[in-house]
Design a protein around this ligand. Structure first.
Ligand code: F6P
Length: 392
């Protein structure tokens, strides 16, 4: 409680932005206000907490209308004094002096709790705050949807919608010209965006980090489509998909950056297809379009609920916890158990299996081979049922 007897909650957004951040901020402010809390928002992520401390009061007036807006009204960064300090056990090692400054800010503003909205790296910072006695709660965010502690992170659905829209557009131009179109989407460690958009947008080939693939198999799929009278092919590739010879395609590697900038695999795939098949091939790198623009309805609902539940965690004194969504319920998990637990696409999971049953190639087997055998799954009754469904 502040010296004026006011309860106050702090909010910040960190790491890469994504659609739905503003919906979380609004959710926190609206539900906190109902409970009699004041709110302040720190600017440019964790940087706003320390010299020069930079924050704005948040209330129903200045958060009005932000539900549908992309980005974050508080700004964000994945650089600065809190980024890139990986210490032992892959933990961020933040200097004690910096942590002391954060504590001073929290004390001076008499914050009851601080809501940190961020991805794995940002939540690792939040965990260190917690260990230092700073009252934090976490809200998971990443368009990649690769945090295993929560079934969904907001931003993912919006990114998939954007990638699907791109595929819909590429579909008509690919068909008109009889071309191969390669769409590169985000997804550093996990291929969730490529997988979901590939299915939703009628992709023919999906390449993801979790499934090794070969150019031979991609080309076979293209030729198989040719044989069956479909002269065009849509390939969706996740930026983090490894090349057959190993390694990812890196756009930029800089000392001061915590992680390399991925990008360019789409062009490599397109060029190789063109070389091998002498087929006109084009590549589109969707990039940050996936992170911009308004959140989908799903992400608005998810993000708003994350915001309201984050306030509940503070009221319940569950500091050091992160809100998570495990349909149909929202619950919480210690941040320490949520960080560094990435969720990857299961190559034998039902989504990949269904995609293979539809004839989508993951580049891991020749086009004609049984998708079930290729997945290493013994042919069973349920597989037979699935094939029947597909055959209908
Ligand atoms: O982690 C989310 C993400 O969008 C990745 O998919 C992508 O590799 C990365 O962020 C891009 O980061 P930046 O905006 O710093 O280029």
């Amino acid at each position: 409680m502040s010296q004026h007897g006011t309860h106050r909650i702090g909010i910040l957004t960190c790491g890469g932005d994504c659609p739905g951040l503003n919906a979380v901020i609004r959710g926190v402010v609206k539900s906190a206000t109902q409970l009699g809390f004041d709110c302040v928002g720190f600017l440019r992520g964790y940087e706003g907490l320390v010299d020069p401390v930079n924050y704005v009061p948040l209330n129903s007036k200045n958060t009005r209308g932000i539900l549908t807006q992309g980005g974050t009204i508080l700004g964000s960064t994945n650089k600065g004094r809190f980024a890139g300090k990986i210490g032992v056990d892959n933990k961020l090692a933040i200097e004690t002096e910096l942590l002391e400054s954060v504590r001073t800010t929290v004390d001076q503003l008499a914050l009851t709790g601080l809501v940190c909205i961020g991805g794995d790296g940002s939540l690792t910072v939040a965990q260190q705050f917690h260990e230092f006695g700073i009252p934090v709660v976490g809200v998971p965010k990443t368009i990649d949807n690769d945090l295993s502690a929560t079934a969904y992170t907001f931003g993912f659905n919006s990114a998939v919608a954007c990638a699907t829209d791109a595929l819909d557009r590429l579909h008509t131009t690919a068909a008109s010209h009889g071309r191969v179109m390669v769409l590169e989407v985000m997804g550093r460690h996990a291929g969730w965006i490529a997988l979901h958009a590939g299915i939703a947008g009628g992709g023919d080939v999906i390449l993801i980090p979790e499934i090794p693939w070969t150019f031979e198999n991609i080309c076979q799929k293209i030729l198989e489509r040719d044989r069956t009278g479909r002269s065009f092919t849509l390939v969706v590739v996740a930026e983090g998909a490894e090349l057959p010879e190993g390694g990812c395609v890196v756009h930029e590697r800089r000392e001061e950056m915590r992680q390399v900038r991925l990008g360019g695999i789409g062009h490599v795939v397109a060029q190789e297809i063109e070389n091998r098949l002498q087929r006109e091939t084009r590549c589109v790198v969707l990039g940050h379009l996936q992170r911009g623009g308004p959140p989908t309805t799903f992400d608005r609902v998810l993000a708003t609920q994350f915001g309201a539940h984050a306030v509940r965690l503070i009221v319940e004194g569950k500091f050091g916890h992160m809100i998570r969504y495990q349909p149909p319920e929202f619950s919480s998990v210690p941040i320490s158990e949520a960080i560094h637990q990435l969720s990857a696409v299961d190559p034998r999971g039902s989504t990949v299996l269904a995609a293979k049953a539809l004839g989508i190639s993951f580049g891991d087997c020749p086009a004609k081979e049984s998708p079930f055998a290729a997945a290493g799954i013994p042919y069973s009754d349920s597989d037979a049922e699935m094939q029947e469904v597909v055959a209908v």
